[in-house]
Design a protein around this ligand. Structure first.
Ligand code: GUN
Ligand code: ZN
Length: 443
């Protein structure tokens, strides 16, 4: 990795938020600094604003990187993704439950090997950075060493990551099963080792209600009560066959969400992937408990799971926190730009309200940071924030250059990026005040 001094500055157009674009008009919510300067020191933004004003704070020898014709944003946040599944992306032909059996469980079984875990964690995190993603909520496998491999690599890169060991004590192959007690003990040891170590944060991770006994879910709730600030991540109401199986395994619960709620897994740091097939009662419960739903459009399309009702989840009288997820390996792209583009299409399928470019960018940055209670650290470009940035190139391909040349507004520039962009549109990624990815340029 290139050596970068403790203090650095970047110059270019940048966008950030001063309000939620689901609550305020885009013009009031988005801030665009056409010729901006961002000064970073020891991993944090110290100054930012118009170049003409902020240059006074540059100091004599601060290295300055200029990104003309680019658009800089806070780094993207992927709120639901499985790092071990990166090798099983693009597996053909099945919906959720047979897809898990046929492709995912055999892939995850390979993570008994620390070598596999290390090599995959390295590839996965470098792919995240190539896509401008600087924070993610990540499922490892049932093997505790898969979590160590992941956090070791994240700590080396300096990324802020949320991750956890998958808990699974039934309805999966024997070589992937823990027990309620071993899952608890292994999670407790990983929490002690990693939660709050540098930028790493731990999520208690029961895979979903089908693969955990009631005892395991209860003990997951105990873990959460024991250590403040922990996250909880799991899957919720993704697929109709899955929901039917949960109903037969938990016949005395009023809904799928109720299974988690009764075990104490529904608090403000609960992150539920998918949440496609939700009742009004479920949404209201999520609003009151403060949990987060993660919209994973490429995954939901790929597995034929359904269309997330984004604007229903966000209904102003009982808004639920929503973030975006790629859900690799069911998702088909690690790019949050591509995910924003698919979320736009799904918003048209699910109702008659259209996702704006500003709203999509909010879900991938500041909105996700709020949902994850990290908005005082990431998701915005402002003094005091951790310096995680992605530099987008609206001219990344000949087609994008052609379309971007006709874009007259910021909304149009952003929309072009999210409909046509992917990793090619990420010119550079900065983490903790250091450049960690620079796109290779054609010779
Ligand atoms: N439900 C339980 N496990 C998984 C998983 O690995 N991926 C998806 N998309 N849904 C799940
Ligand atoms: Zn998932």
């Amino acid at each position: 990795m290139p050596h970068t001094p403790a203090r650095h500055a970047i110059r270019g157009s940048y966008v950030t938020f001063r309000a939620d674009p689901f609550a305020a008009p885009a013009a009031d919510a988005l801030v665009l600094e056409e010729d901006g300067l961002i000064i970073m020191e020891h991993g944090r933004i110290t100054h930012c604003g118009p170049y003409a004003l902020v240059r006074a704070h540059l100091g004599e020898n601060t290295p300055l990187t200029h990104y003309p014709d680019c658009l800089i944003s806070a780094g993207f946040i992927d709120a639901h993704v499985h790092y071990p599944q990166i090798s099983a992306i693009a597996s053909w032909g099945e919906q959720l439950l047979p897809w898990l059996e046929q492709y995912i469980f055999p892939t995850e079984a390979q993570f008994a090997s620390m070598d596999v875990a290390r090599q995959t964690a390295r590839l996965f995190l470098s792919e995240l950075l190539r896509n401008g993603t600087t924070t993610a909520a990540v499922y490892c496998t049932v093997h505790p060493q898969s979590v160590d491999a992941f956090f070791e690599e994240s700590a080396r890169l300096g990324t802020r990551m949320i991750a956890g060991k998958v808990l699974m004590d039934r309805n999966c192959p024997p070589n992937l099963q823990d027990t309620a007690q071993s899952g608890y003990d292994q999670s407790a040891a990983l929490i002690a080792r990693w939660h709050g170590t540098g930028r790493q944060l731990y999520a208690v991770t029961p895979r979903f209600a089908i693969t955990s006994t009631p005892e395991q879910l209860e003990l997951a709730g105990d873990l959460l009560r024991r250590t403040p600030g922990l996250y909880m991540q799991t899957h919720l109401a993704e697929n109709l066959d899955e929901i039917a199986a949960v109903r037969s395994l938990f016949p005395h619960h009023s809904s799928y969400l109720d299974v988690y709620a009764k075990a104490g897994l529904d608090g403000p740091r609960a992150i539920f992937g998918h949440a496609i097939h939700m009742s009004e009662h479920d949404f209201a419960h999520c609003h009151h408990s403060g949990c987060t739903l993660v919209h994973c459009p490429t995954s939901n399309l790929f597995l034929g799971s359904g269309a997330f009702r984004l604007f229903d989840a966000l209904r102003p009288d009982r808004p639920v926190h929503v973030a975006l997820g790629t859900d690799i390996g069911a998702g088909t792209s690690l790019s949050l730009l591509a995910t924003m583009g698919e979320a736009y299409k799904v918003s048209l399928m699910a109702g008659d309200t259209r996702l704006s470019a500003a709203q999509a960018l909010w879900l991938a940055t500041a909105g996700a940071a709020h949902a994850l209670h990290l908005h005082d650290r990431i998701g915005h470009i402002a003094p005091g924030m951790e310096a995680d940035l992605c530099v987008m190139d609206p001219q990344a391909t000949p087609l994008m250059a052609q379309r971007s040349a006709r874009a007259t507004t910021l909304a149009e520039r952003l929309f072009t990026l999210m409909v046509l962009g992917d990793d090619r549109a990420i010119r550079a990624t900065w983490v903790n005040g250091k450049v960690v990815h620079t796109r290779a340029e054609a010779a």
